[in-house]
Design a protein around this ligand. Sequence first.
Ligand code: FE2
Length: 586
Amino acid sequence: MGSTSNISLLNSVAMGDKSADLILSNCSLVNVYTNEIQEKIEIAIKNDRIAYVGPDASHAKGSSTKIINVQNKFVSPSFADPHIHIDHFLSPSEFIKQSLLHGVTSLFPDSIDIVSTTGSRGFREFVKLTTKLPMRFFHVIPGGLPVDPKFSFSKKMSLSEIKSTIKLDDVIGLGEVFSWTKVTKRDSATMKSLSFMLDNGCVINGHTAGIGEKKLNAYISSGILSCHEPINFQEVLDRLRLGMWVMIREGSIRRDLKEILPLVLSNGIFTNRLMFCSDGLDPIDITKYGHIDYCVNEAIKLGLEPIEAICIASRNCFDYYNMGKDLGGIAPGRLADILIFNKLEKIKPSKVFVGGKLVVSDGKLVFNVRRDTLPKPLTKTVRTRRLSEKDFLVPYKKKTANVNLITLKTEIITEKSNHDLNVIRGNVAPSRDNDIWKVAAFDRIFGTKKHSIAFLKNFNADVGAFASTWNFHENNLLVIGMNEKDMAVASNHLIKSNGGMTVVKNGKVLASMPLQMAGIISTDSFEQVRKNYSKINSTLYDRGCKFKKPHLVPIFLPFLALPEIRILNTGLVDVKKRQYIPSINS
Ligand SMILES: [Fe+2]
């Protein structure tokens, strides 16, 4: 975060004994400490920090001081996203270009899929990729792996790896601890890592979906003080009452602001322990909605005072992460992360500063970022051997087979059912008439032969196969297919290109989104990724898929934290019963 050791320098500038690098004059200052707009304020900045805030900074003006007359526009602290997964779709350097335009200058990423695919070595390299970017990154070590040790087969971090990783400058704590049962049952490894974090002054983020009252108390008393999972006012209130901080989620997975905020306001609940987070944004949503600026503007529309909305988007996040002395407001000693905008009711930053450096001007980026070169641990992560048609056969001796079906209710939620399928030349065949597909999951992280094949209902697209190397948080090579030939073509396409998503019909690739970094992130430009992402979804949707965002289907198919039936390379899992079930009932 930069050093606070040079307090003498800031002190000298404030006193007029040394000159500032930059003075912002004629500011209408949004004061997040007093709930005021202060007119005609001048802000003097030295290096990356604010030295002076007051009516007249002329004493800090030297021959080389740059003056920007803000012309009575609003000046506020810039925004933070306190919980985001940036290890999806876009590389960090491409993502920040979008995020900065929306006034966000600090991200707290939880890169769970980077760890799941590349372990602690890859995580370190990923953190390195973010260090030289004009955005503050405060990484947390993913606290959700393995999702379920009984079934998961992905990489994770050991306690000793966690202990050495936390020493990195940009790593500040532990990410969402998914498994509250591990906490309430006081699982020894979990309690050790929680205690280690607390003993070292690190923040631990929570995930308390579906937890009961007594267990919530136990979870909080274990030092986990935030949650971004509440989806209604009561859940927010339950957590605030027990001293938790709540991140209201507005992102590509869910949007909860409209449900929660009006009741927070009508019940007169304090907002000083609320934050806005995205939990991840896809390449369409970040342009369609925006980022944390969207939350601020929507909150204002829902009746929140603009200054209070800005507090939630800035000051509260840094207070939660114990960084309030450095960030979250405009005051002496704070880092100069600043927004300038015209209207308080609808914030659209015209200028954005990070550490006193202008990164956005007139709503446009004014910096260049060098293209990422991929570090070794993040490449060649699709280690599955080349596959053939035969690898997707399901041999069976009888004429029909009664199979356990994964029935898609939405892109995300599945239901368990069963169905009789014909056996053709000794292979249990998918059925176009009944919209029943094969679905295969192969290990691609370790390069073992571990795989499983089951059956899926309700995908309904007129394609041969759809495959992905990215899924929560197993990251198998996952292939949905109506015929084995196209399933092999789709798989081999992804094996060759080091990962991604692809749609195949009659041996031809109809759409493809390369995800060359760990098989989950693209190294392409934002525009290219956006195009590829749209093409994957439109190809499937236009060909009859029942869901608007079909890319989510393979992403969620192995996700053990949701009902009801999931597939991983280790087998087909009945989530409720927590047990493997066979693909075919004998
Ligand atoms: Fe999350």
